[in-house]
Design a protein around this ligand. Structure first.
Ligand code: GRF
Length: 211
């Protein structure tokens, strides 16, 4: 048996600007021995994330979010092990989730602009800023069938500064997003993401250090 570790095939789903998609693709390019982005999929033709992916030689697809048959056919062909939602503005279907089914969870992650369970849904930074919170942050979480309800994998907080306006507040969060999501890719590739249940709680355990 060779000691070589497997390369983790993953897909990214993105609807918008694609800065998180870019961060993941850049990380994957740096560590080709660990992961391979097999495609970037969007619900929106013309999403900048698709151009970014094409520039980096990653296959791109536009799939209507209502056409679960087309999505499943694509997944069966590409055979990704994990899916990373990066600004994907749709709820994924049950067939999609099932494709990524693992021991008690789905191998699907999302990045969200708040410290969940605070501010699920749209406008995480905006609502936190308007509410005057002192501490906000970013969450990477497992995806389930709800809206931003899956178990938390990673969180990183940042403080509101007295002279912050919405733009500077958001910029701090966005910077964190772009370093936090690649860490989740490391953990997924290292096979270190597991659900644990004890003391009446279920949480994501990250066993050991990511390679
Ligand atoms: C990010 O703020 C992310 O946290 C949220 O949607 C936004 C996507 O931005 N889920 P981008 O398209 O990755 O630049």
């Amino acid at each position: 048996m060779s000691g070589a570790k497997e390369v983790l095939p993953f897909v990214i789903l993105a609807s918008g600007a694609g800065s998180n998609c870019k961060a993941l693709l850049a990380h994957a390019r740096k560590h080709r021995e660990k992961f391979a982005a097999v495609a970037v999929i969007s619900d929106r033709a013309g999403a900048p994330a698709l151009d970014l992916a094409s520039e980096l030689g990653v296959e791109t697809f536009v799939v209507n979010h209502k056409d679960e048959g087309a999505m499943l056919a694509l997944l069966k062909r590409l055979r990704p092990r994990w899916a990373f939602l990066a600004g994907y503005k749709r709820i994924v279907g049950s067939g999609f989730l099932h494709f990524f089914s693992d021991k008690g969870f789905y191998r699907v992650l999302n990045i969200h602009p708040s410290l969940l369970p605070a501010y699920p849904g749209l406008g995480g930074y905006e609502r936190a800023f308007q509410d005057g919170v002192k501490v906000s942050g970013v969450t990477v979480h497992l995806v389930d069938s709800g809206l931003d309800t899956g178990r938390v994998l990673l969180q990183e907080s940042f403080e509101r500064e007295d002279d912050d306006d919405l733009e500077s507040f958001m910029a701090r969060g966005r910077k964190i997003e772009h370093s936090l999501y690649p860490k989740a890719l490391d953990l997924a590739a290292a096979g270190k993401i597991h659900l644990k249940e004890a003391h009446g709680s279920t949480w994501v355990s990250v066993s050991g250090k990511a390679r």
